[in-house]
Design a binder for this molecule. Structure first.
Ligand SMILES: Cc1cc2nc3c(=O)[nH]c(=O)nc-3n(C[C@H](O)[C@H](O)[C@H](O)COP(=O)(O)OP(=O)(O)OC[C@H]3O[C@@H](n4cnc5c(N)ncnc54)[C@H](O)[C@@H]3O)c2cc1C
Length: 438
């Protein structure tokens, strides 16, 4: 195993090739002066493979692709992908409500195959700092780099009572497709009222010949709540709001994150309608006996195996009252959370955390005890500091551009002064009179 010498060190090494580092790689492509390489442990690019369900749609506009919002003429836009594959007219005429996740995955995969500096099937195992560079050890080599960008994603959240019990009939939603065949004709419980839970319930209801014998869907919220995609709520997903949010105190940030949760974690209204109509169809058109129970205000509190069956306990929120259900399959659509990646163990003492999170600067570099000419940038690890848009695709291209401008120490991409309607205590996208009449 060889270490590249300092002359050959790259400027930037990226851990993980999910959409966020893929966006960065695509926007770096026209900038050969910044050398970079990216590593992913998967054999090829895939976007959450266990949830690539046939009807699932992305929750944002396709203009929020890897590049368009900062560089509309970039050859790696979603529109460029359609044009390259000669399906622009067909796409337009198909009038999709939103782009299918499977198609967006194909687009992302196409970009990943078009970039030379992405390495798949290669896990980053450890990183340490030596003299004036980071040294990353992958499953295939060692490589030096001036800067790092961490894009290794979030980890699935498993409720305490389900830990150590996951397997073929109790699993996180991220693994749904490899287990979905187990649900046919069985008693299925889906825990969690977000978009993934809804996508899975919609899929379970899609084939009248393969329905579960019983379907329980439970959420802690009062109802299965729609995402707030209204015009003003969408201003939370703008660069100006991101900068405003960054300027606030941590107390105010926590309150706002709570308040805005449905702008990012709600379910697409279109998907809720699809589920509701399927239930109507089975009950009133097919005259089937009711096989589903949709339950609000309940939280999973216990889970135990009994032979091939699983006993689950759901507590009515804010009470001590429990209800028990028997299931054959339990699907935990209980979200994702950030955790310190294991490959950073060698730098752990040099990276201070605040309330368990990185201390992230405005340019997405984090505080670390090391030379200031070596930066560690983070993708999808700054919701606490930069706001609810952080794990979302909306500001992906803009964040990549901000990281590139910071790396280059100049404005490579002009990303300032976008217009917004709202004004937030000194932050406003309203420019000046000259612009008004320009
Ligand atoms: C099912 C699903 C659907 C979503 N749909 C939307 C949507 O429609 N709109 C929206 O705005 N947001 C959506 N999101 C949220 C967000 O856009 C995605 O989670 C997105 O994939 C996050 O990108 P990422 O690059 O941070 O991480 P990931 O996509 O998780 O990618 C991380 C990559 O890092 C790799 N990796 C991890 N550790 C290592 C290592 N040590 N070495 C090498 N490689 C490593 C992994 O293999 C993985 O490929 C969705 C999330 C999920 C789960």
């Amino acid at each position: 195993m060889q270490v590249n010498d300092d002359q050959n060190a790259v400027d930037l090494l990226g851990v993980g090739v999910g959409p966020f580092n893929l966006s960065l790689a695509a926007l770096l492509a026209p900038l050969p002066a910044i050398t970079s390489c990216f590593f992913d442990r998967n054999p090829s690019f895939v976007w959450h493979s266990g949830l690539l369900l046939p009807e699932a749609e992305i929750q944002v506009s396709y203009l929020k692709d890897l590049v368009t919002l900062v560089d509309p003429a970039n050859p790696f836009s979603f529109i460029a992908y359609l044009a390259k594959h000669k399906r622009l007219y067909r796409f337009m005429n198909a009038r999709f409500h939103q782009v299918l996740r499977t198609e967006f995955n194909q687009y992302l995969n196409w970009v990943s195959r078009s970039l030379a500096n992405l390495n798949f099937d290669e896990e980053v195992e450890s990183i340490h700092f030596e003299q004036s560079s980071f040294v990353a050890r992958t499953s295939k080599r060692k490589i030096r780099t001036k800067h790092l960008v961490l894009g290794s994603g979030l980890s699935p959240s498993i409720p305490e009572c389900a830990r150590l019990k996951t397997g073929n009939n109790i699993f996180h939603g991220k693994d749904y497709l490899s287990h979905s065949h187990r649900c046919r004709g069985r008693r299925v419980v889906v825990i969690g009222g977000g978009q993934s839970g809804a996508d899975i319930v919609n899929h379970l209801l899609s084939d009248s010949g393969a329905l579960p014998s019983e379907l329980v869907w439970a959420t802690k919220r009062a109802i299965f709540s729609p995402i707030d995609e209204s015009v003003f709520a969408n201003e939370y997903f703008t660069p100006v709001y991101n900068d405003y949010f960054f300027s606030l105190s941590s107390g105010k940030k926590s309150r706002l994150l709570q308040e805005q949760v449905l702008a990012s974690d709600g379910i697409s209204a279109h998907l809720l309608e699809s589920i509701y109509r399927k239930l109507y169809f089975y009950e009133f058109i097919e005259n089937m006996p009711r096989f589903f129970r949709f339950i609000g205000n309940h939280e999973l509190t216990s889970l135990s195996r009994s032979g091939n069956s699983v006993e689950i306990g759901l507590r009515i929120c804010d009470t001590i009252e429990q209800r028990h259900y028997a299931a054959d399959v339990v699907i935990l659509c209980t979200g994702y959370h950030w955790q310190m990646p294991a490959y950073l163990e060698g730098l752990r003492d040099r990276i201070p955390l605040e309330n368990g999170h990185f201390c992230v600067r405005k340019d997405y570099s984090i505080h670390w005890y090391g030379p200031s000419q070596n930066q560690i940038y983070v993708q999808n690890a700054a919701r606490h500091s930069h706001g609810i848009a952080d794990p979302n695709l909306s500001l992906m291209a803009w964040r990549s551009a901000r990281i590139i401008n910071s790396l280059a120490q100049k404005t490579v991409y002009d990303i300032d002064n976008e217009s917004t309607v709202m004004e937030w205590e000194g932050f406003s996208g309203y420019q000046n009179e000259e612009r008004q009449y320009a």
